[in-house]
Design a protein around this ligand. Sequence first.
Ligand code: PGA
Length: 252
Amino acid sequence: MAALRPLIAGNWKMYGRRADLAEIDGLWKRVGAAARALDVLICPPAPYVAAAAEAAKGGEVQIGAQDCCAVAEDAARTGDVNAAMLADAGARYLIAGHSERRSLHGESDGLVRRKAEAAFAAGLIPIICVGETQAERNAGKVAEIVSRQVRESTPAEGGPFVIAYEPVWAIGGSTTPTMAEIAEVHALIRETLSGNFGARANETRILYGGSVNPKNAGEIFAVEGVDGALVGRASLKAADFAAIILAHPAAR
Ligand code: PGA
């Protein structure tokens, strides 16, 4: 399979203020030309998507959103934001089914799939997140859980889309799986995609996420089947996120 264009995405979660959007320009100043062979993405909180897209204009950092309503059409849904609005505000990607939304908001595979469909309808590229909890790993259920999430959270048609493998127990901490474990799950995801989604599988980037930092990024990017990363904490500051991006072989 030909190498896919790497994607390194930052997920700011519920952190940051308008003043922090200066990090976007700071990031491009640090990585600039070196990052032209990769897609670099920042997903700020929803209120800042439009201003982030404006702040990104001087470079090639792309902007994404962290969630959307599963209803694609405009509707009487107080407090909800649809994918079309996020696209209109300047988003290009949409994170769907992050484990924090699955656990804190009870999002099911079916709901995540509908959000990914809403993203397609708005011309956004969904980054569909999957990953096992510590208890599921301890019980030897990684393959079962991850392949089910991939099958059931991915729309049967449409694209392009991205899968992010984020073991829940590795998010927000300091430990990651071993490189062999990451390779194993990425191979399983690729196999699940091939078996269920035909030719689309070969164009789908599979990211690793969970405690990626400037120190471990190079080792993770070297793992077979890893097409980039989804980064939380270490994406908030331009210096850290730039160090991660520059650790990718495509940035050299
Ligand atoms: P982390 O978060 O990099 O802070 O572990 C990753 C994520 O939740 O996407």
